[in-house]
Design a protein around this ligand. Structure first.
Ligand code: ADP
Ligand code: MG
Length: 360
């Protein structure tokens, strides 16, 4: 079942279009990520789902009901922002309980005369205690109730912000670059924790990041955006292995992108050489050829498909980044093996690793 749908959603500020014709279906319990460079409209789209912005075009539905004009507090949706924005003067318990203390439940009574009445009641202290304790368990910070905000690390504060967002059991949690303020090591740890938390809670997550690795690691579905327009929607594998256009290929992971031409059935020419490929296009079609640096294999001179000259070698920790030249064409290779600048070597590319995108 789709929990949220965006249909032809658009947003303009003073005639400047920042989100255009945005169509998306999100299933209940899914982990969906909006991925794209800064300024492409990720936050604006998230704010429309949260209700902080009203779309200028299209419709947002929650379980089939139009919520486009509903204020944020009437939507079963919570947001975690990049800056955790905890209340510094409140302890952890009060930070998490803040929203719960304002919350009311509809309670139904049967009076002596048989009449049924409903009225709104605040949550009891006991109920609030229980929910706060459970939220702290979920973010793995049991026993932190009495601590003050300034005694917590950045990562712990962000976990409290998440505890606060999940304590009233929203159906959807929106997270806008929630790990952006953390250092690399903490960010990696929190990625794993957030993913585990998503699986434990069963809540639908819509996550925003400009970090492609983060998106690939965490998501069930990625929405790649550029200039307010969706470029591709797919699983991490689809986005990585079958990018729909050069923008996606370039933005997701590193890619060699060459101009090429289909010269025969399953034959493509690029870098002054003809390769066998698996994408079937009409002969004569002009294409962009995408090859991942890790899919190029180095061989001794004369033993591969084409000879190239090693132009530079940079050690990157897990691999060497080796740039080779074939005439004027630069080709980047990632390899666990080293190479010597100035040497002539040979390279092989498996047909499966040559991805063609038709040039429009
Ligand atoms: P992202 O989150 O992908 O970095 P945003 O959604 O924040 O992008 O912004 C997309 C574009 O919309 C940017 O060009 C930004 O300047 C513009 N924008 C965002 N909010 C407003 C606003 N309230 N008024 C005018 N322009 C805005
Ligand atoms: Mg943003």
């Amino acid at each position: 079942m789709n929990i949220i749908e965006l249909k032809n959603v658009g947003k303009s500020f003073d005639d400047v279009v920042v989100v255009e014709d945005f169509n998306l279906e999100v299933k209940k319990g899914e982990f969906v990520t909006f991925l794209g460079p800064s300024g492409c409209g990720k936050t604006t789209t998230l704010r429309m789902i949260a209700g902080f912005e009203i779309p200028t075009e299209g419709q947002i539905t929650l379980k089939g009901e139009d919520i486009s004009n509903l204020p944020p507090y009437e939507r079963p949706i919570n947001t975690v922002f990049q800056r955790y924005a905890l209340f510094p003067h409140l302890n952890i318990y009060d930070n998490i309980a803040f929203g719960l203390k304002l919350k009311t439940n509809e309670v139904t009574y049967k009076k002596d005369n048989g009449k049924i009445i409903t009225r709104k009641e605040k949550l009891s202290k006991k109920e609030i205690d229980k929910k706060v304790k459970r939220a702290l368990e979920i973010v793995d910070l049991e026993g932190f109730e009495k601590r003050s905000v300034d005694t917590l690390s950045g990562g712990q504060q962000q976990r409290i912000a998440i505890a606060r967002a999940i304590v009233n059991e929203p159906q959807i949690l929106l997270l806008d670059e929630p790990l952006g303020a953390l250092d690399l090591k903490m960010r990696k740890e929190m990625q794993i924790e957030l993913k585990a938390m998503h699986e434990r809670l069963g809540i639908t997550f819509i996550y925003v990041t400009h970090d492609q690795e983060e998106a690939l690691t965490m998501s069930d579905k990625i929405v790649v955006m550029s200039d307010g327009v969706i470029q591709q929607i797919g699983t991490p594998e689809e986005i990585y292995n079958e990018p729909k256009n050069a923008f996606v290929a370039d933005f997701i992971g590193e890619s060699n992108i060459f101009n090429g031409k289909v010269t025969d059935k399953l034959q493509v020419q690029f870098c002054d050489h003809t390769f066998t490929c698996v994408d079937d296009f009409h002969i004569g079609t002009k294409v962009e050829v995408v090859v991942r640096p890790e899919d190029i294999v180095m061989k001794p001179k004369g033993e591969g498909m084409m000879d190239v000259v090693v132009d530079s070698v940079v050690f990157k920790g897990v691999h060497y980044e080796i740039t080779v030249l074939s005439g004027d064409n630069e080709i980047v290779i990632h390899s666990i093996y080293n190479a010597v600048v100035g040497d002539t070597i040979s390279i092989d590319i498996d047909p499966d690793s040559i991805h063609l995108i038709e040039n429009n």
